[in-house]
Ligand binder design. Structure first.
Ligand code: F6P
Length: 545
Protein backbone atom coordinates (compact mmCIF):
# COMPACT_ATOMS: atom_id res chain seq x y z
CA UNK A 1 0.00 0.00 0.00
CA UNK A 2 1.36 3.41 -1.02
CA UNK A 3 1.88 6.01 1.71
CA UNK A 4 -1.46 7.69 2.20
CA UNK A 5 -0.40 11.09 0.85
CA UNK A 6 0.04 9.44 -2.55
CA UNK A 7 -3.52 8.14 -2.70
CA UNK A 8 -6.30 9.59 -4.87
CA UNK A 9 -8.53 10.21 -1.87
CA UNK A 10 -5.75 12.21 -0.20
CA UNK A 11 -5.27 14.36 -3.30
CA UNK A 12 -9.02 14.99 -3.42
CA UNK A 13 -8.92 16.04 0.23
CA UNK A 14 -5.98 18.32 -0.42
CA UNK A 15 -7.91 20.14 -3.15
CA UNK A 16 -10.99 20.28 -0.94
CA UNK A 17 -8.94 21.67 1.93
CA UNK A 18 -7.66 24.51 -0.28
CA UNK A 19 -11.26 25.36 -1.20
CA UNK A 20 -12.70 25.20 2.31
CA UNK A 21 -9.93 26.23 4.69
CA UNK A 22 -11.25 29.77 5.07
CA UNK A 23 -14.83 28.74 5.92
CA UNK A 24 -15.87 29.78 9.40
CA UNK A 25 -18.03 27.46 11.50
CA UNK A 26 -20.03 30.46 12.64
CA UNK A 27 -21.26 30.89 9.05
CA UNK A 28 -21.76 27.17 8.53
CA UNK A 29 -24.07 27.06 11.57
CA UNK A 30 -25.89 30.22 10.46
CA UNK A 31 -26.47 28.73 7.00
CA UNK A 32 -27.74 25.36 8.14
CA UNK A 33 -30.09 24.87 11.07
CA UNK A 34 -29.79 21.09 10.76
CA UNK A 35 -26.01 21.01 11.24
CA UNK A 36 -26.26 19.23 14.59
CA UNK A 37 -28.55 16.52 13.13
CA UNK A 38 -26.16 16.05 10.24
CA UNK A 39 -23.04 15.77 12.32
CA UNK A 40 -24.05 13.90 15.44
CA UNK A 41 -24.54 10.23 16.10
CA UNK A 42 -25.03 7.82 18.97
CA UNK A 43 -23.60 4.40 19.75
CA UNK A 44 -23.72 2.39 22.96
CA UNK A 45 -24.01 5.02 25.72
CA UNK A 46 -22.09 7.67 23.81
CA UNK A 47 -23.66 10.51 21.90
CA UNK A 48 -21.11 12.27 19.71
CA UNK A 49 -21.68 15.82 18.55
CA UNK A 50 -19.05 16.58 15.93
CA UNK A 51 -20.88 19.49 14.33
CA UNK A 52 -18.40 22.00 15.75
CA UNK A 53 -15.70 20.89 13.34
CA UNK A 54 -14.33 22.61 10.26
CA UNK A 55 -16.17 20.24 7.98
CA UNK A 56 -18.93 20.09 5.42
CA UNK A 57 -20.77 17.00 4.22
CA UNK A 58 -18.29 16.85 1.37
CA UNK A 59 -15.36 16.88 3.81
CA UNK A 60 -16.75 13.90 5.68
CA UNK A 61 -17.53 12.01 2.46
CA UNK A 62 -13.95 12.55 1.31
CA UNK A 63 -12.51 11.52 4.67
CA UNK A 64 -14.55 8.31 4.53
CA UNK A 65 -13.18 7.74 1.01
CA UNK A 66 -9.71 8.01 2.51
CA UNK A 67 -10.60 5.49 5.20
CA UNK A 68 -11.90 3.13 2.52
CA UNK A 69 -8.92 3.58 0.24
CA UNK A 70 -6.52 2.87 3.11
CA UNK A 71 -8.55 -0.31 3.78
CA UNK A 72 -9.71 0.54 7.27
CA UNK A 73 -12.59 -1.93 6.93
CA UNK A 74 -10.44 -4.84 5.75
CA UNK A 75 -7.76 -4.18 8.37
CA UNK A 76 -10.39 -3.84 11.10
CA UNK A 77 -11.68 -7.29 10.15
CA UNK A 78 -8.11 -8.57 10.31
CA UNK A 79 -7.70 -7.12 13.80
CA UNK A 80 -10.73 -8.99 15.15
CA UNK A 81 -9.78 -12.18 13.30
CA UNK A 82 -6.34 -12.42 14.90
CA UNK A 83 -4.20 -11.43 11.91
CA UNK A 84 -0.56 -10.81 12.87
CA UNK A 85 -0.79 -7.07 12.33
CA UNK A 86 2.00 -6.32 14.82
CA UNK A 87 4.51 -7.32 12.17
CA UNK A 88 7.72 -6.09 13.83
CA UNK A 89 7.05 -8.44 16.74
CA UNK A 90 5.24 -11.05 14.64
CA UNK A 91 2.19 -10.92 16.90
CA UNK A 92 -1.56 -10.86 16.61
CA UNK A 93 -3.31 -7.99 18.39
CA UNK A 94 -6.21 -9.39 20.30
CA UNK A 95 -7.29 -7.22 23.18
CA UNK A 96 -10.76 -7.59 21.68
CA UNK A 97 -10.64 -11.35 22.44
CA UNK A 98 -10.38 -10.50 26.14
CA UNK A 99 -13.88 -9.03 26.04
CA UNK A 100 -15.31 -11.20 23.31
CA UNK A 101 -18.83 -12.12 24.44
CA UNK A 102 -20.00 -13.48 21.09
CA UNK A 103 -19.38 -17.11 21.95
CA UNK A 104 -17.34 -17.35 18.74
CA UNK A 105 -13.79 -18.72 18.77
CA UNK A 106 -10.80 -16.46 18.11
CA UNK A 107 -7.99 -18.30 16.37
CA UNK A 108 -4.29 -17.52 16.78
CA UNK A 109 -1.78 -19.89 15.18
CA UNK A 110 -4.53 -22.42 14.61
CA UNK A 111 -5.61 -22.38 18.24
CA UNK A 112 -8.80 -20.92 19.78
CA UNK A 113 -7.65 -18.53 22.53
CA UNK A 114 -11.08 -18.17 24.10
CA UNK A 115 -10.80 -21.15 26.51
CA UNK A 116 -7.61 -19.61 27.99
CA UNK A 117 -9.29 -16.20 28.23
CA UNK A 118 -12.29 -17.73 30.01
CA UNK A 119 -10.05 -19.70 32.35
CA UNK A 120 -8.13 -16.54 33.30
CA UNK A 121 -11.40 -14.72 33.98
CA UNK A 122 -12.60 -17.61 36.15
CA UNK A 123 -9.33 -17.48 38.10
CA UNK A 124 -9.72 -13.71 38.62
CA UNK A 125 -13.31 -14.19 39.76
CA UNK A 126 -12.47 -16.86 42.33
CA UNK A 127 -9.48 -14.94 43.62
CA UNK A 128 -11.34 -11.64 43.96
CA UNK A 129 -14.31 -13.28 45.68
CA UNK A 130 -11.97 -15.16 48.03
CA UNK A 131 -10.19 -11.93 48.97
CA UNK A 132 -13.47 -10.06 49.45
CA UNK A 133 -15.09 -12.86 51.45
CA UNK A 134 -12.06 -13.47 53.62
CA UNK A 135 -11.50 -17.01 52.30
CA UNK A 136 -8.04 -15.86 51.34
CA UNK A 137 -6.37 -14.11 54.25
CA UNK A 138 -3.04 -12.61 55.26
CA UNK A 139 -0.36 -14.60 57.11
CA UNK A 140 -1.66 -13.71 60.58
CA UNK A 141 -5.22 -14.66 59.66
CA UNK A 142 -6.40 -11.10 59.06
CA UNK A 143 -8.69 -10.30 56.16
CA UNK A 144 -7.09 -8.17 53.45
CA UNK A 145 -7.86 -4.47 53.77
CA UNK A 146 -5.42 -3.07 51.21
CA UNK A 147 -4.01 -3.92 47.82
CA UNK A 148 -0.68 -2.57 46.67
CA UNK A 149 -0.67 -2.65 42.88
CA UNK A 150 2.81 -2.38 41.38
CA UNK A 151 3.29 -1.87 37.65
CA UNK A 152 4.03 0.86 35.13
CA UNK A 153 2.82 2.04 31.72
CA UNK A 154 0.04 -0.20 30.49
CA UNK A 155 0.41 -2.34 33.60
CA UNK A 156 -0.54 0.67 35.71
CA UNK A 157 -2.43 3.41 33.87
CA UNK A 158 -5.51 1.38 32.95
CA UNK A 159 -6.11 -0.05 36.44
CA UNK A 160 -5.32 3.30 38.10
CA UNK A 161 -7.57 5.37 35.85
CA UNK A 162 -10.46 2.86 35.92
CA UNK A 163 -10.53 2.51 39.69
CA UNK A 164 -10.41 6.27 40.04
CA UNK A 165 -13.11 6.83 37.42
CA UNK A 166 -15.39 4.25 39.05
CA UNK A 167 -14.90 5.28 42.65
CA UNK A 168 -18.63 5.09 43.50
CA UNK A 169 -18.61 1.38 42.56
CA UNK A 170 -15.83 0.37 44.90
CA UNK A 171 -16.12 -2.69 47.09
CA UNK A 172 -16.21 -1.66 50.72
CA UNK A 173 -13.36 -2.76 52.89
CA UNK A 174 -10.62 -2.84 50.24
CA UNK A 175 -8.41 0.09 49.32
CA UNK A 176 -6.21 -0.17 46.27
CA UNK A 177 -2.95 1.81 46.12
CA UNK A 178 -0.75 2.14 43.06
CA UNK A 179 3.00 2.51 42.79
CA UNK A 180 4.58 2.89 39.36
CA UNK A 181 7.60 5.19 39.47
CA UNK A 182 11.01 3.95 40.54
CA UNK A 183 11.30 7.17 42.57
CA UNK A 184 11.70 5.72 46.06
CA UNK A 185 9.68 8.56 47.50
CA UNK A 186 6.52 7.10 46.04
CA UNK A 187 6.85 3.59 47.42
CA UNK A 188 8.17 5.01 50.69
CA UNK A 189 5.04 7.11 51.19
CA UNK A 190 2.64 4.36 50.17
CA UNK A 191 4.27 1.63 52.29
CA UNK A 192 4.38 3.98 55.28
CA UNK A 193 0.60 3.87 55.56
CA UNK A 194 0.01 0.20 54.71
CA UNK A 195 -0.52 -2.60 57.26
CA UNK A 196 1.74 -5.47 56.07
CA UNK A 197 -0.43 -8.15 57.73
CA UNK A 198 -3.48 -7.24 55.66
CA UNK A 199 -1.90 -5.96 52.44
CA UNK A 200 -2.02 -7.97 49.25
CA UNK A 201 0.64 -7.10 46.66
CA UNK A 202 -0.29 -7.43 42.99
CA UNK A 203 2.73 -7.06 40.77
CA UNK A 204 1.86 -6.56 37.10
CA UNK A 205 4.42 -6.81 34.35
CA UNK A 206 3.74 -8.40 31.01
CA UNK A 207 7.45 -8.87 30.34
CA UNK A 208 8.50 -9.38 33.96
CA UNK A 209 11.55 -7.40 32.96
CA UNK A 210 10.65 -3.79 33.69
CA UNK A 211 13.20 -2.17 35.96
CA UNK A 212 10.77 0.02 37.93
CA UNK A 213 8.31 -2.76 38.64
CA UNK A 214 10.96 -5.29 39.66
CA UNK A 215 12.65 -2.80 41.98
CA UNK A 216 9.39 -1.71 43.60
CA UNK A 217 8.38 -5.34 44.12
CA UNK A 218 11.73 -6.13 45.75
CA UNK A 219 11.31 -3.13 48.05
CA UNK A 220 7.78 -4.22 48.94
CA UNK A 221 9.06 -7.74 49.65
CA UNK A 222 11.77 -6.39 51.98
CA UNK A 223 9.19 -4.23 53.74
CA UNK A 224 6.91 -7.25 54.12
CA UNK A 225 9.65 -9.46 55.57
CA UNK A 226 10.80 -6.64 57.87
CA UNK A 227 7.29 -6.54 59.32
CA UNK A 228 7.87 -9.93 60.95
CA UNK A 229 6.59 -12.20 58.19
CA UNK A 230 8.50 -15.37 57.27
CA UNK A 231 9.77 -16.09 53.76
CA UNK A 232 7.07 -18.73 53.37
CA UNK A 233 4.38 -16.10 54.00
CA UNK A 234 5.24 -14.33 50.74
CA UNK A 235 3.03 -16.76 48.84
CA UNK A 236 0.01 -15.58 50.82
CA UNK A 237 0.64 -11.90 50.06
CA UNK A 238 2.30 -11.64 46.66
CA UNK A 239 0.64 -12.43 43.35
CA UNK A 240 1.65 -11.35 39.88
CA UNK A 241 0.27 -10.91 36.40
CA UNK A 242 2.69 -11.72 33.61
CA UNK A 243 3.12 -13.50 30.32
CA UNK A 244 6.62 -14.53 31.44
CA UNK A 245 5.88 -17.42 33.82
CA UNK A 246 9.51 -18.58 33.86
CA UNK A 247 10.84 -15.22 35.09
CA UNK A 248 8.02 -14.82 37.60
CA UNK A 249 8.71 -18.21 39.21
CA UNK A 250 12.42 -17.49 39.19
CA UNK A 251 11.64 -14.28 41.12
CA UNK A 252 9.93 -16.42 43.75
CA UNK A 253 6.24 -16.06 42.92
CA UNK A 254 4.40 -19.34 43.45
CA UNK A 255 3.05 -20.68 40.15
CA UNK A 256 -0.46 -20.72 41.57
CA UNK A 257 -0.16 -17.00 42.25
CA UNK A 258 0.62 -16.09 38.66
CA UNK A 259 -2.21 -14.72 36.55
CA UNK A 260 -1.56 -15.19 32.85
CA UNK A 261 -1.52 -12.81 29.96
CA UNK A 262 -0.37 -13.32 26.42
CA UNK A 263 1.98 -11.78 23.91
CA UNK A 264 -1.02 -10.99 21.68
CA UNK A 265 -2.14 -8.38 24.22
CA UNK A 266 -0.23 -5.10 24.04
CA UNK A 267 0.63 -3.45 27.37
CA UNK A 268 -1.46 -0.35 26.68
CA UNK A 269 -4.40 -2.55 25.62
CA UNK A 270 -4.17 -4.89 28.57
CA UNK A 271 -6.55 -3.64 31.24
CA UNK A 272 -9.12 -6.16 29.98
CA UNK A 273 -6.79 -9.04 30.89
CA UNK A 274 -5.60 -10.05 34.36
CA UNK A 275 -3.71 -6.73 34.32
CA UNK A 276 -7.16 -5.53 35.36
CA UNK A 277 -6.93 -7.59 38.57
CA UNK A 278 -6.57 -4.44 40.73
CA UNK A 279 -9.74 -3.11 39.07
CA UNK A 280 -11.62 -6.29 39.94
CA UNK A 281 -10.26 -6.20 43.49
CA UNK A 282 -11.35 -2.61 43.86
CA UNK A 283 -14.78 -2.83 42.20
CA UNK A 284 -15.73 -6.48 42.48
CA UNK A 285 -15.78 -9.03 39.68
CA UNK A 286 -19.30 -8.08 38.53
CA UNK A 287 -18.27 -4.51 37.82
CA UNK A 288 -15.11 -5.69 36.07
CA UNK A 289 -17.32 -7.89 33.86
CA UNK A 290 -19.52 -4.89 33.10
CA UNK A 291 -16.43 -2.97 31.96
CA UNK A 292 -15.62 -5.83 29.56
CA UNK A 293 -19.24 -5.92 28.35
CA UNK A 294 -19.10 -2.20 27.64
CA UNK A 295 -15.92 -2.59 25.58
CA UNK A 296 -17.51 -5.53 23.72
CA UNK A 297 -20.51 -3.34 22.84
CA UNK A 298 -18.15 -0.80 21.28
CA UNK A 299 -16.29 -3.61 19.46
CA UNK A 300 -19.56 -4.74 17.89
CA UNK A 301 -20.37 -1.16 16.91
CA UNK A 302 -16.91 -0.66 15.37
CA UNK A 303 -17.05 -3.98 13.55
CA UNK A 304 -20.54 -3.75 12.11
CA UNK A 305 -21.45 -0.10 11.60
CA UNK A 306 -20.92 1.65 8.25
CA UNK A 307 -18.03 4.10 8.38
CA UNK A 308 -20.38 7.08 8.11
CA UNK A 309 -21.97 6.25 11.50
CA UNK A 310 -18.97 4.62 13.09
CA UNK A 311 -17.79 6.54 16.15
CA UNK A 312 -14.13 5.44 16.18
CA UNK A 313 -13.89 6.07 12.44
CA UNK A 314 -15.45 9.53 12.70
CA UNK A 315 -13.09 10.54 15.51
CA UNK A 316 -10.15 8.98 13.69
CA UNK A 317 -10.67 10.73 10.35
CA UNK A 318 -11.37 14.07 12.03
CA UNK A 319 -8.01 13.76 13.77
CA UNK A 320 -6.30 13.05 10.44
CA UNK A 321 -8.07 16.10 8.91
CA UNK A 322 -6.55 18.42 11.49
CA UNK A 323 -3.13 16.79 11.73
CA UNK A 324 -2.37 16.26 8.07
CA UNK A 325 -4.23 19.18 6.50
CA UNK A 326 -4.40 21.91 9.15
CA UNK A 327 -1.04 21.00 10.72
CA UNK A 328 -2.41 20.47 14.25
CA UNK A 329 0.22 18.92 16.49
CA UNK A 330 -1.77 18.20 19.61
CA UNK A 331 -5.19 17.06 20.70
CA UNK A 332 -6.69 18.02 24.03
CA UNK A 333 -9.01 15.82 26.11
CA UNK A 334 -11.32 17.68 28.46
CA UNK A 335 -13.40 15.45 30.71
CA UNK A 336 -15.98 17.45 32.65
CA UNK A 337 -16.10 14.83 35.38
CA UNK A 338 -13.82 14.86 38.38
CA UNK A 339 -13.53 11.07 38.47
CA UNK A 340 -12.34 11.06 34.84
CA UNK A 341 -9.57 13.52 35.61
CA UNK A 342 -6.79 11.04 34.82
CA UNK A 343 -8.39 9.91 31.55
CA UNK A 344 -6.10 12.15 29.43
CA UNK A 345 -3.07 10.42 30.97
CA UNK A 346 -4.51 7.05 29.97
CA UNK A 347 -5.12 8.10 26.36
CA UNK A 348 -1.68 9.69 26.32
CA UNK A 349 -0.04 6.27 26.50
CA UNK A 350 -2.66 4.61 24.33
CA UNK A 351 -2.34 7.14 21.52
CA UNK A 352 1.25 8.39 21.76
CA UNK A 353 2.89 5.01 22.29
CA UNK A 354 0.77 3.53 19.49
CA UNK A 355 0.99 6.21 16.83
CA UNK A 356 4.19 8.09 17.68
CA UNK A 357 5.91 6.48 14.69
CA UNK A 358 7.83 7.69 11.66
CA UNK A 359 8.29 4.69 9.40
CA UNK A 360 6.10 2.08 7.74
CA UNK A 361 6.40 -1.64 8.43
CA UNK A 362 7.51 -1.83 4.80
CA UNK A 363 10.70 0.09 5.66
CA UNK A 364 9.87 3.57 4.35
CA UNK A 365 10.42 6.78 6.35
CA UNK A 366 7.32 8.96 6.46
CA UNK A 367 7.24 12.53 5.23
CA UNK A 368 3.94 13.36 6.96
CA UNK A 369 2.86 13.79 10.56
CA UNK A 370 1.41 10.91 12.56
CA UNK A 371 0.19 10.77 16.17
CA UNK A 372 -0.46 14.07 17.96
CA UNK A 373 0.60 15.14 21.43
CA UNK A 374 -2.27 14.11 23.69
CA UNK A 375 -2.85 16.23 26.72
CA UNK A 376 -5.64 17.65 28.81
CA UNK A 377 -7.24 17.83 32.18
CA UNK A 378 -10.55 18.07 33.94
CA UNK A 379 -13.05 20.84 33.35
CA UNK A 380 -13.58 23.40 34.67
CA UNK A 381 -10.04 23.64 36.12
CA UNK A 382 -8.42 23.93 32.70
CA UNK A 383 -10.61 26.90 31.82
CA UNK A 384 -8.72 28.92 34.42
CA UNK A 385 -5.36 27.67 33.24
CA UNK A 386 -4.60 26.45 29.73
CA UNK A 387 -7.83 27.15 27.79
CA UNK A 388 -6.46 30.64 27.07
CA UNK A 389 -4.06 29.09 24.57
CA UNK A 390 -6.81 27.05 22.93
CA UNK A 391 -8.99 30.15 22.53
CA UNK A 392 -6.43 32.74 21.49
CA UNK A 393 -3.06 31.07 20.91
CA UNK A 394 -1.48 30.71 17.49
CA UNK A 395 -1.72 26.92 17.37
CA UNK A 396 -4.78 24.92 16.39
CA UNK A 397 -5.75 22.45 19.11
CA UNK A 398 -8.75 20.22 18.38
CA UNK A 399 -10.56 19.22 21.56
CA UNK A 400 -12.75 16.41 22.85
CA UNK A 401 -15.14 17.58 25.56
CA UNK A 402 -16.68 14.78 27.66
CA UNK A 403 -19.64 15.07 30.00
CA UNK A 404 -21.92 12.60 31.78
CA UNK A 405 -25.49 13.93 31.80
CA UNK A 406 -25.89 12.71 35.36
CA UNK A 407 -23.32 13.29 38.02
CA UNK A 408 -22.37 10.59 40.52
CA UNK A 409 -23.25 13.14 43.18
CA UNK A 410 -26.01 15.62 42.43
CA UNK A 411 -25.02 18.40 44.80
CA UNK A 412 -27.14 21.56 44.62
CA UNK A 413 -26.94 22.83 41.00
CA UNK A 414 -23.25 21.99 40.60
CA UNK A 415 -23.87 19.69 37.67
CA UNK A 416 -25.83 22.26 35.66
CA UNK A 417 -23.01 24.71 36.28
CA UNK A 418 -20.45 22.14 35.17
CA UNK A 419 -22.45 21.34 32.02
CA UNK A 420 -22.96 25.03 31.26
CA UNK A 421 -19.21 25.54 31.32
CA UNK A 422 -18.63 22.55 29.07
CA UNK A 423 -21.19 23.60 26.46
CA UNK A 424 -20.25 27.27 26.79
CA UNK A 425 -16.62 26.46 26.05
CA UNK A 426 -17.48 24.54 22.88
CA UNK A 427 -19.65 27.45 21.78
CA UNK A 428 -17.00 30.08 22.50
CA UNK A 429 -14.34 28.06 20.67
CA UNK A 430 -16.59 27.69 17.66
CA UNK A 431 -18.12 31.14 17.29
CA UNK A 432 -15.40 33.35 18.75
CA UNK A 433 -15.93 37.07 18.99
CA UNK A 434 -15.33 39.37 16.03
CA UNK A 435 -13.45 42.64 16.05
CA UNK A 436 -16.69 44.51 15.24
CA UNK A 437 -18.38 42.92 18.27
CA UNK A 438 -15.44 43.81 20.51
CA UNK A 439 -15.32 47.43 19.28
CA UNK A 440 -19.06 47.86 19.77
CA UNK A 441 -18.75 46.50 23.31
CA UNK A 442 -15.83 48.80 24.14
CA UNK A 443 -17.59 51.83 22.73
CA UNK A 444 -20.65 51.01 24.82
CA UNK A 445 -18.32 51.14 27.81
CA UNK A 446 -17.20 54.65 26.86
CA UNK A 447 -14.04 53.98 24.83
CA UNK A 448 -13.29 56.43 21.99
CA UNK A 449 -13.27 55.06 18.44
CA UNK A 450 -9.43 55.16 18.40
CA UNK A 451 -8.96 53.56 21.80
CA UNK A 452 -11.50 50.86 21.01
CA UNK A 453 -9.72 50.03 17.74
CA UNK A 454 -6.36 49.86 19.50
CA UNK A 455 -7.65 47.75 22.35
CA UNK A 456 -9.76 45.36 20.28
CA UNK A 457 -7.22 42.86 18.84
CA UNK A 458 -6.27 41.53 22.26
CA UNK A 459 -9.92 40.83 22.98
CA UNK A 460 -10.85 39.27 19.65
CA UNK A 461 -11.54 35.55 19.60
CA UNK A 462 -10.90 34.15 16.17
CA UNK A 463 -13.23 31.22 16.84
CA UNK A 464 -13.42 28.37 14.32
CA UNK A 465 -11.66 26.12 16.87
CA UNK A 466 -12.79 22.55 16.44
CA UNK A 467 -14.27 20.37 19.15
CA UNK A 468 -16.16 17.13 19.58
CA UNK A 469 -18.56 16.72 22.48
CA UNK A 470 -19.13 13.24 23.91
CA UNK A 471 -22.14 12.87 26.18
CA UNK A 472 -22.84 9.81 28.35
CA UNK A 473 -25.89 9.20 30.49
CA UNK A 474 -23.72 8.45 33.52
CA UNK A 475 -20.25 7.02 34.10
CA UNK A 476 -20.82 3.34 34.86
CA UNK A 477 -18.40 0.44 34.35
CA UNK A 478 -20.23 -0.39 31.11
CA UNK A 479 -20.07 3.18 29.80
CA UNK A 480 -16.40 3.43 30.69
CA UNK A 481 -15.84 0.20 28.71
CA UNK A 482 -17.57 1.91 25.74
CA UNK A 483 -15.34 4.97 26.08
CA UNK A 484 -12.01 3.20 26.40
CA UNK A 485 -12.72 0.88 23.47
CA UNK A 486 -13.83 3.91 21.43
CA UNK A 487 -10.43 5.55 21.87
CA UNK A 488 -8.58 2.27 21.27
CA UNK A 489 -10.33 1.90 17.92
CA UNK A 490 -9.87 5.56 17.03
CA UNK A 491 -6.11 5.09 17.46
CA UNK A 492 -6.30 1.93 15.34
CA UNK A 493 -8.12 3.72 12.52
CA UNK A 494 -5.55 6.51 12.44
CA UNK A 495 -2.66 4.03 12.48
CA UNK A 496 -4.15 2.26 9.46
CA UNK A 497 -4.59 5.52 7.54
CA UNK A 498 -1.01 6.55 8.30
CA UNK A 499 0.25 3.09 7.31
CA UNK A 500 2.14 2.49 10.56
CA UNK A 501 2.29 -0.34 13.08
CA UNK A 502 0.35 0.97 16.10
CA UNK A 503 1.24 -2.04 18.23
CA UNK A 504 4.98 -1.97 18.77
CA UNK A 505 6.95 0.59 20.82
CA UNK A 506 10.60 0.53 19.78
CA UNK A 507 10.85 4.18 20.75
CA UNK A 508 11.00 3.33 24.45
CA UNK A 509 13.94 0.94 24.16
CA UNK A 510 17.00 3.15 23.62
CA UNK A 511 16.40 5.13 26.82
CA UNK A 512 16.11 1.87 28.80
CA UNK A 513 19.44 0.58 27.48
CA UNK A 514 21.30 3.84 28.09
CA UNK A 515 19.64 4.16 31.52
CA UNK A 516 21.09 0.79 32.52
CA UNK A 517 24.53 1.83 31.31
CA UNK A 518 24.29 5.05 33.35
CA UNK A 519 23.13 3.16 36.45
CA UNK A 520 26.25 1.00 36.35
CA UNK A 521 28.37 4.17 36.12
CA UNK A 522 26.52 5.84 38.99
CA UNK A 523 27.03 2.85 41.25
CA UNK A 524 30.64 2.10 40.37
CA UNK A 525 32.92 5.10 40.15
CA UNK A 526 35.68 2.92 38.68
CA UNK A 527 33.80 2.69 35.42
CA UNK A 528 35.25 5.20 32.94
CA UNK A 529 32.94 7.99 31.75
CA UNK A 530 33.06 7.47 28.03
CA UNK A 531 29.91 9.28 26.93
CA UNK A 532 29.25 12.82 25.75
CA UNK A 533 30.43 15.73 27.91
CA UNK A 534 26.95 16.57 29.18
CA UNK A 535 26.05 13.04 30.32
CA UNK A 536 29.56 12.55 31.76
CA UNK A 537 29.23 15.76 33.81
CA UNK A 538 25.77 14.83 35.08
CA UNK A 539 27.05 11.41 36.21
CA UNK A 540 30.02 13.08 37.86
CA UNK A 541 27.73 15.44 39.81
CA UNK A 542 25.71 12.49 41.05
CA UNK A 543 28.81 10.54 42.04
CA UNK A 544 29.95 13.52 44.10
CA UNK A 545 26.67 14.07 45.96
O1 F6P B 1 8.38 1.00 28.45
C1 F6P B 1 7.13 0.95 27.82
C2 F6P B 1 6.43 -0.31 28.17
O2 F6P B 1 7.02 -1.34 27.50
C3 F6P B 1 4.94 -0.21 27.87
O3 F6P B 1 4.64 -0.52 26.56
C4 F6P B 1 4.37 -1.16 28.87
O4 F6P B 1 3.01 -0.92 29.07
C5 F6P B 1 5.20 -0.83 30.08
O5 F6P B 1 6.49 -0.58 29.56
C6 F6P B 1 5.26 -1.89 31.14
O6 F6P B 1 5.71 -3.11 30.64
P1 F6P B 1 5.56 -4.45 31.45
O7 F6P B 1 4.10 -4.72 31.65
O8 F6P B 1 6.21 -5.50 30.60
O9 F6P B 1 6.25 -4.27 32.77
Amino acid sequence: MAQFTKLKSFEALQAHFEQTKTLHMRDLFAQDATRFEKFSTKACDIELDYSKNRITEETMAKLFDLARETQVEEKRDGLFAGAKINTSEDRAVLHTALRNKSGEPVIVDGQDVMPEVEAALAKIKTFVNDVHNGVRKGYTGKQFTDVLAIGIGGSFLGPKVMTEALKPYRHEGINVHFVANVDGTHIHDVLAKLPAESTLVVMSSKSFGTQETLKNTETAREWFLASGAEFGDIAKHFVCVSSNIAKATEFGIAEDNIFPMWDWVGGRYSLWSAIGLPIALSLGFENFSELLEGAYEMDVHFKTTPLEENLPVILGVLGVWYINFYGAQSHVLLPYDHYLRAFPAYVQQLDMESNGKSATPGGEYLDYATGPVIWGGEGTNGQHAFHQLIHQGKVLIPADFMLPLQSQHEVSNHHAMLASNCFGQTQALMQGKTEAEVIAELKAKGYSEDDAAKEAPQRVFEGNKPSNTLLFSKITPRTLGNIIALYEHKVFVQGIIWGINSFDQWGVELGKVLGNDVLAKLEDSNIALDGDSSTNALIERFRQR
